[in-house]
Design a protein around this ligand. Structure first.
Ligand SMILES: [Zn+2]
Length: 303
């Protein structure tokens, strides 16, 4: 069952498009030996490749488009560098988004907007796999700065580039570069650079309730309390850290549900106030929860 919350009259559902199995060295500054509970028997940290379905009266938005249909083999060289004696078969497993969408009761043709937090391969894979649009009616919105940084320099046969070029040829792309951009009623994108120069987060506001979808602005749960943990693919690690701290300060102690593409379990979180801050999970054991709104009360989006 998908993890889902209601934010006013907007439904937000986490979808698993795949997973990645990363040696701890992907997170410079992380002392993984202090957290053996986060490391699997294959010596890697397993994270989901998440997307979020955002359904309102007049829109059906998909935030991020997974890693596409393919799996990526675990490179032997990486296993050697990370000193893994029994590495996983795959670095990245894809292929799961179509079934996740179907489980949520949505067809690709019903998606009105694909909003890409940034243009890394694990966020653009289903835009147009093999050059064929997967969401034929969707406008594809992304931060303009990421094209020159990530798509233009990629090899011509890079699958992410092939997909984005196909969407461009079809006239589906809408690059944005303003600090704040309206995506749909109550849905706004906010520039949050660092992980990539064109990275955006999405804020959802409806009937007094709020949720933030952070993409890869936050990559690891321990970044909440340890600002020294970065991610290997951060284009500007210092700026990414500054962006994270700004977001944490903005969200601390507020009744705002937070979703992140690679948060273990893809469950929605809330940040408590005080020192140290901590995550609290919004969703209950059933992993889906809708909070009925009391008359006259702004309520809380599941936190
Ligand atoms: Zn990612």
């Amino acid at each position: 069952m998908p993890t889902a919350i209601s934010v006013g009259n907007v439904r937000v559902t986490a979808l698993t498009a795949g997973s990645s199995h990363l040696p701890p060295m992907f997170y410079p500054g992380w002392d993984a030996s202090a957290h053996p509970e986060l490391i699997q028997d294959d010596g890697t940290y397993h994270i989901p490749t998440g997307c979020f379905l955002i359904q309102g009266d007049s829109f059906t938005i998909l935030l991020d488009a997974g890693s596409g249909p393919d799996n990526l083999d675990f490179p032997p060289e990486m296993a050697r560098l990370a000193q893994l004696s029994a590495p996983p078969k795959y670095l990245s497993v894809g292929g799961l988004l179509p079934a996740a969408l179907a489980a949520a009761g949505v067809t690709p043709a019903e998606i009105t907007t694909v909003f890409l937090t940034h243009l890394h391969y694990d966020h653009i894979g289903w835009v147009a796999p093999g050059g064929t649009l997967f969401f034929p009616a969707a406008e594809v919105v992304y931060g303009a700065a990421d094209w020159d940084a990530l798509i233009a320099p990629a090899p011509a046969d890079d699958q992410g580039r092939v997909g984005m070029e196909a969407a461009k040829a079809a006239g589906s792309l809408r690059p944005v570069d303003a600090p704040t951009v309206q995506i749909a009623p109550g849905i706004t994108a906010h520039h949050a650079p660092g992980h990539t120069p064109g990275h955006y987060i999405l804020k959802i506001a409806s009937e007094g309730q709020e949720a933030y979808l952070l993409g890869d602005a936050v990559q690891h749960p321990l970044q909440l309390t340890d600002p020294g943990i970065t991610f290997l693919s951060d284009a500007d690690a210092q700026r990414a850290s500054q962006t994270r701290q700004k977001i944490f300060t903005e969200l601390e102690g507020r009744d705002v549900a937070i979703g992140m593409d690679h948060f273990p379990g893809l469950e929605f979180q809330h940040i408590t106030a005080g020192t140290p801050r901590s995550w609290t999970t919004c969703t209950g054991p059933s992993r889906t929860r809708t909070i009925p709104r009391r008359p006259g009360s702004p309520g809380s989006p599941g936190c």
